[in-house]
Design a protein around this ligand. Structure first.
Ligand code: ZN
Ligand code: ZN
Length: 273
């Protein structure tokens, strides 16, 4: 099968690899239907990297797939189920995990970063990382369940109320801008990760306006909310899908994201229909 592999130093290559096999009894073999390119993938492919990627790993952490085979301990999904993947595998025993912040796990093994991900045809994933998703949701939109779950984690952290005003800053905005524009008592959600980005803030602006700055990382109990939302026609998630490419053309998709011509690019390992 073909897979887009991170080679290190900003390089990704589509290569022929052997089909993965179930090793642990709680693992599931899935066939990838569609995967979405994330800003994080661009950060991994930047030099210096804005996010870590383990060389030799198949990239892609936002994907929808079909269960092909299930290990003997798998109870939660069955062959034929359509699933979305929660990519961050936590250890369950570190202080962060034990305090209920599994998304901050210090021993996390993220799919598409340290462990083979979804920019390929088949992938092996532990059952606890899978969430069933109805078959009537279009593949491209279903692939966006993960970024939507990240958004929902952020929303659940700041709990915006219907009477409140909201400002959304685009990618790469600096914290100074948000602090400047914010009214007294406002809350700022810092979302997305790029280790190369720096900010110079004046602490007095925060305390004089009694601002609250809240960070959010990946997903925490937010997949069910995201999957529920995928059914909501008001969401119009298909509007942010700007391009669709086959796995062989994934470089093109990355380039479109980098040049900001694309918003979300969906990759189809089986080719675009
Ligand atoms: Zn992502
Ligand atoms: Zn942990």
């Amino acid at each position: 099968m073909k897979a887009a592999i991170f080679k290190g130093d900003g390089v990704m290559a589509v290569e022929e690899v052997t089909m993965p096999e179930i090793v642990w009894p709680d693992e599931v073999l899935v066939e990838v239907e569609a995967a979405s390119i994330c800003g994080s993938d661009l950060h991994i492919l930047s030099v210096p990297p804005g996010q870590y990627g383990e060389p030799g790993t198949i990239m892609g952490h936002e994907f929808v797939a079909k269960v092909i085979e299930a290990g003997p301990w798998v109870k939660h999904v069955a062959v034929g189920d359509r699933v979305v993947i929660e990519p961050n595998i936590h250890c369950g025993v570190c202080p962060e995990c034990r305090s209920g912040r599994e998304n901050l796990c210090r021993n996390a093994v993220n799919i598409g970063q340290w462990r083979n991900g979804g920019f390929t045809q088949y992938c092996v994933v532990p059952q606890k990382q899978l969430h069933r998703i109805p078959k009537d949701i279009p593949a491209g939109e279903a692939a966006l369940a993960e970024p939507l779950a990240c958004v929902m984690n952020g929303m659940m952290r700041i709990n915006p109320m219907p009477h409140e005003k909201v400002v959304i800053f685009g990618a790469g905005a600096v914290l100074e801008q948000a602090i400047e524009i914010m009214e007294c008592g406002g809350r700022i959600l810092v979302f997305g990760q790029n280790a190369t980005q720096v900010s110079q803030i004046q602490p007095s602006e925060i305390n004089c306006k009694e601002l609250m700055i809240v960070g959010a990382l990946s997903t925490l109990n937010s997949f069910p909310a995201a999957i529920e939302l995928l059914h909501n026609p008001n969401l119009k998630l298909n509007k942010i899908i700007s391009h669709e490419v086959a796995l062989d053309e994934i470089d093109k998709g990355i380039a479109l994201m980098r040049s900001r011509e694309a918003v979300k690019v969906i990759v189809y390992p089986g080719g675009v229909r």
